[in-house]
Design a protein. Structure first.
Length: 356
């Protein structure tokens, strides 16, 4: 079981309110939850208090990762107006004695609560992870450069093993998942950061690939090149599955390394092939690789948004949710229209939407 230690610093006078909230007493929960939900006890598996010298008290609460969202929402709703309000969330490797599910109250959340809180980490934890991952860093730029070079060598030598190695080091998963989360939450700042990082990585990869395509001989008949110059149904399925898996890996705090490889497989090879063919002057096949890359990029992000929405990840307040819903609808419609336009281009051009 994944555990989270939630820490909150409050005036000592607020201790009774925290204890009432944790115990699930109706007079506290009615302020936040619907009457049908007010009988659900907050699933705190451990609680510790430390009195500070400044009349403040530090309270630590141990919960399961997938149960943390309800407690965080209640704490924020109840105490966010307090001076210096801050909640810290710590991921625990282990806790002893072990947390047993035996003896836990069988009174679970209502069906509506189950719908809103899936088996996932909290919205705050997810958002923090992806905000950090969406930043443009020297490491990100370096890994894009290295993965592009390795992928180009693998493609030019028709070497699948080398191409897979390039996908392992390609850091392209996080900015795509960050963009999907930003779309689901209507977070414009996160969307700008993720889009900036993603576009920078794409630009660097194209520039390097074009340079290599101009300097090195490029054989369009090689399987690893020709297979990425048209759009196939399996490519679309791969991109959709990869995008959904990427979103789920972050939402459930599962290891994302191998899933990142799947997303990179859908995006990096066609992008590198596009640059190589463009540098070699084979513009017709280069356009086919570009269409494949764009179709995969759209599918990865579209699947990520739908996955986050299906996991009940949404803004905390109703007015934020209203704005986010409008932005999400616009974004989803935009992704679908772009994909439809690409399919139309495929049918009108010399490219096949289905591989024979």
């Amino acid at each position: 079981m994944a555990l989270r230690l939630i820490e909150i610093n409050l005036p000592e006078s607020k201790l009774p309110e925290v204890e009432e909230l944790i115990s699930g007493r109706k007079e506290v929960l009615d302020l936040i939850m619907q009457p049908a939900e007010s009988s659900w006890k907050i699933p705190v598996r451990g609680e510790w208090k430390t009195r500070l010298s400044t009349n403040y008290i530090l309270i630590r609460m141990l919960v399961l990762a997938e149960e943390s969202q309800s407690l965080l929402d209640l704490l924020e709703e109840t105490f966010s107006s307090e001076d210096g309000f801050r909640i810290n969330i710590f991921a625990l490797v282990a806790s002893f004695p072990s947390i047993s599910e035996e003896g836990i109250s069988k009174e679970g959340p209502s069906s509506e609560e189950e719908k809103n809180h899936k088996q996932r980490v909290s919205r705050e934890e997810l958002h923090n992870d992806l905000v950090e991952g969406a930043k443009t860093t020297n490491i990100y730029v370096s890994m894009i450069i290295l993965s592009s070079i390795v992928a180009a060598i693998g493609v030019l030598n028709n070497n699948v093993a080398v191409i897979i190695g390039a996908m392992v080091i390609a850091p392209i998963l996080t900015p795509n998942v960050s963009l999907s989360l930003a779309t689901a939450l209507g977070d414009l700042r996160l969307a700008k950061g993720a889009l900036k990082t993603l576009l920078l990585g794409i630009s660097i990869s194209i520039v390097l690939s074009v340079a290599l395509g101009f300097l090195l001989p490029v054989d369009p008949s090689l399987h690893e090149i020709s297979s990425r110059t048209n759009v196939g149904l399996m490519d679309i399925v791969l991109a959709l599955a990869s995008g959904a898996a990427g979103a789920l890996s972050f939402a459930s705090a599962a290891p994302a390394v191998l899933i990142g490889v799947a997303v990179a497989v859908a995006l990096m090879p066609p992008l590198v092939v596009f640059g190589l063919l463009l540098g070699a002057g084979d513009y017709s096949l280069a356009l086919g690789a570009l269409i494949l890359f764009l179709a995969n990029l759209i599918c990865v992000n579209l699947a990520g948004v739908v996955t986050f929405l299906s996991q009940g990840i949404e803004p905390r307040t109703w007015w934020e949710a209203k704005n986010a819903k409008e932005a999400t609808v616009v974004a989803i419609v935009g992704w679908i229209l772009l994909l439809a336009m690409l399919i139309i281009v495929v049918f009108l051009g010399d490219y096949q939407i289905l591989k024979p």
